[in-house]
Design a protein around this ligand. Sequence first.
Ligand code: DSN
Length: 428
Amino acid sequence: MTAPSVPADLRHPALAAADPELAALVAAEERLQADTLRLIPSENYVSAAVLEASGTVLQNKYSEGYPGKRYYEGQQVIDQVETLTAERAKGLFGMDHANVQPYSGSPANLAVYLAFIEPGDTVLGMSLPMGGHLTHGWGVSATGTWFNGVQYGVRRDTGRVDLDEVRDLALAERPKLIFCGGTAVPREIDFAGFASIAREVGAVLVADIAHIAGLIAGGAHPSPAPHVDVVSTTTHKTLRGPRGAMLLSRAEHARAIDRAVFPGLQGGPHNQTTAAIGVALREAATPDFRSYARDVVANARTLGEELAARGFDLVSGGTDNHLLLIDLTAKDVPGKVAAKALDRAGIVVNHNSVPYDTRKPFDPSGIRIGTPALTSRGIPASEMATVAEWITRVVEAAGRGDESTVSEVRSEVKALMDGYPAPGLPVS
Ligand code: DSN
């Protein structure tokens, strides 16, 4: 790939001097993130403080093991970093135990399997095309290959999970592990309902809150803490931390979780990431973050209403959280065609399967959008009509091959973005 001709950024002088080619790529990505309307619901902008913590000398240190029980010396500081971060995680999410070492969401979920079940055992999770995650027992994932993945979905008429159906499946299949949560679930998760099913069949219940962790921390979604055995989450979505993950659990599962993460699955933790998670958790405990979480949901709800008013078909009819799943079948534009046109217009989304999709996963009928990143820029609900109008113009233009409308919207997007500088990025 040819590096774009972007001048080396003075924000990273050592990088620019040592490796101008990569410095130029970093500067180009900064420009792209500053200039575009980023609507991928699993992405965000971290604060300058989180960025700084991610780039510290903590990354120079090996520390396999846990605080006080390491396989390397020189842990005087690292032990404090990890303990502080784990304490903040426990406090924020109200769980007895926190393991802050998983490298990301998939290894975190794999550690849960290692902690609680054996290969061949049954796991019940939401199917990927219905909104679940690969690691909830989907066939092409190791979790659906090494374990017996049984999958629930959403009802065709409501687009929502039907707990009676989940219970029937659980009673028939007797899973040892149940996952609730997912990656394209626009509605509130009924943790208490899942817990009652898990108790009935004697399964360990895991809430995968990767998408909604920030909403839970900010009080904009109910907490799983009173109901579930384990909470798995990434730290970089609505929680607005670095790319990483955490496993939280009841006290009785602490040892099994810790042994599964290390030495079961991973080697040394990424200490610079641990510190940056700690910073994000401190930020997430503030009143400002509570307002942010509320605003994320308000923006998504308003954007959903504006899109529905323009003829878009929202799976489940709307949203309770940060995310909208849109079926473009009625617009007669495939999801990928729409996503590519939106990208050319400076509106970044991802194409996504919708429940009961008749198209293939790599060329599906839908797009998935969300409001965490735009809300981090301070873009208010009053701008959602404009955003919905841009999406409408571009998707309809994509259907008729009208590139000039796409270019017009690109300029309008850039103008709005210039008015709402992104955290952690240079101002234009
Ligand atoms: N991180 C998930 C998402 O984009 O929702 C995919 O693994």
